[in-house]
Design a binder for this molecule. Structure first.
Ligand SMILES: [Zn+2]
Length: 345
């Protein structure tokens, strides 16, 4: 599939990008780098852009030209001088036949005019036998090959591998960077809605992007309204559970978890400025009103909120794991607990 080559670094990588370009221009670059940084913050984007820059026949001062024959091959995803390896869908390990691809790549020569690049995402998922196959290439690299390894957990990369690479750390974005990037890349939501999505994504830009792309963003407001109705006693745990248990259980749990974390912070600090979304703000004042008879009110509520938070987090774990939970019963139980907090205070 042909794509448009990326020629602009992510805003939070700009400085590191300029350093990388300067390094390779200076001729003093090494042959193997371990790009490290937090998950879902754009390491792979950086690696691809760097590979395309290194392979381009007539790069501009800062990026690949996106027009030359090599760039066109890269855009089509079939440049024989670029090998990109990542765990296959549903698997965490790099498989043996993928390592065989690396071996074959190392044994052939450049089809073009210069460098060749291997991108390996994610380096911590190399088993010992796979690592051994890669090791030979890292120890005696063909002159034209550059290795770009990617890892969220550089310390978990086998030492035999990491000791033969130079670590190139990529920073995580500031919240404002993520917001600006989402707006710039055409997100149709308001800044306030995007703020909520960024929170749900725990500040990780590519998770936020995935939420937007999956179309779930449109449902977030609706889920917030549902939770508020439940808190107000206008909707019922069994009814809500049956509406959400089939297809939107994960989303409901995600928003509920977010609510519980924000509401407990709110009860601890009293600050309302950080509460995002109308329904969440309404729920916070409801909670405050419900708690006034308790002594001390905020402490009891915070305790209940945090206990429920753990239960929701555990339920999320079950959804991800293979235990195949009864989502209807699970949601009923959690929503009932939530309602009690609001009704009793
Ligand atoms: Zn080019």
């Amino acid at each position: 599939m042909t794509r448009v080559l990326d020629t602009t670094p992510l805003p939070w990588h700009r400085e590191r990008w300029q350093q990388a370009v300067a390094l390779f221009k200076s001729g003093s670059a090494g042959h193997a780098y371990l790009l490290s940084g937090e998950a879902d913050t754009g390491k792979r984007y950086f690696a691809m852009m760097l590979a395309e820059y290194l392979l381009c026949r007539q790069p501009s001062a800062e990026a690949a030209c996106a027009r030359c024959s090599v760039c066109l091959l890269n855009a089509a995803g079939n440049n024989p001088d670029m090998l990109s390896i990542e765990p296959e869908e549903g698997s965490k390990q790099i498989k043996v036949d993928q390592i065989r691809e690396i071996r074959q790549f190392l044994e052939t020569r450049s089809h073009g005019f210069g460098k060749r690049v291997i991108i390996l995402d994610t380096a911590e998922n190399l088993g010992i036998s796979s690592a051994n196959a890669l090791l030979k290439g890292l120890e005696e690299p063909p002159q034209d090959v550059i290795f770009l390894l990617i890892s969220d957990r550089p310390k978990a990369v086998l030492a035999t591998i990491s000791s033969r690479t130079q670590v190139f750390r990529l920073p995580r974005p500031e919240r404002s960077d993520v917001l600006a990037w989402l707006l710039f890349s055409g997100a149709a939501q308001s800044a306030a809605d995007l703020e909520l999505i960024i929170d749900l994504a725990q500040g990780r830009p590519f998770v936020a992007r995935a939420i937007l792309d999956s179309g779930t963003a449109a449902h977030l407001q609706e889920i917030g309204d549902t939770l508020l109705a439940l808190a107000q006693g206008n909707d019922y745990p069994v009814a809500v559970a049956s509406r959400y248990s089939k297809s939107q259980c994960t989303e409901l749990l995600g928003v509920l978890l977010y609510w519980l974390s924000e509401l407990s912070k709110h009860r601890l600090t009293g600050a309302t400025t950080l509460l995002k979304g109308q329904s969440l703000r309404a729920a916070a004042s409801l909670l405050q009103a419900a708690g006034t008879d308790d002594k001390p009110p905020a402490a009891a509520q915070t305790h209940a909120l945090l206990r429920l938070y753990s239960a929701v987090a555990a339920a999320q774990g079950q959804m991800i794991g293979s235990s195949n939970p009864n989502t209807q019963l699970m949601l009923e139980d959690l929503l009932l607990q939530m309602r009690r907090i609001f009704l009793k205070g």
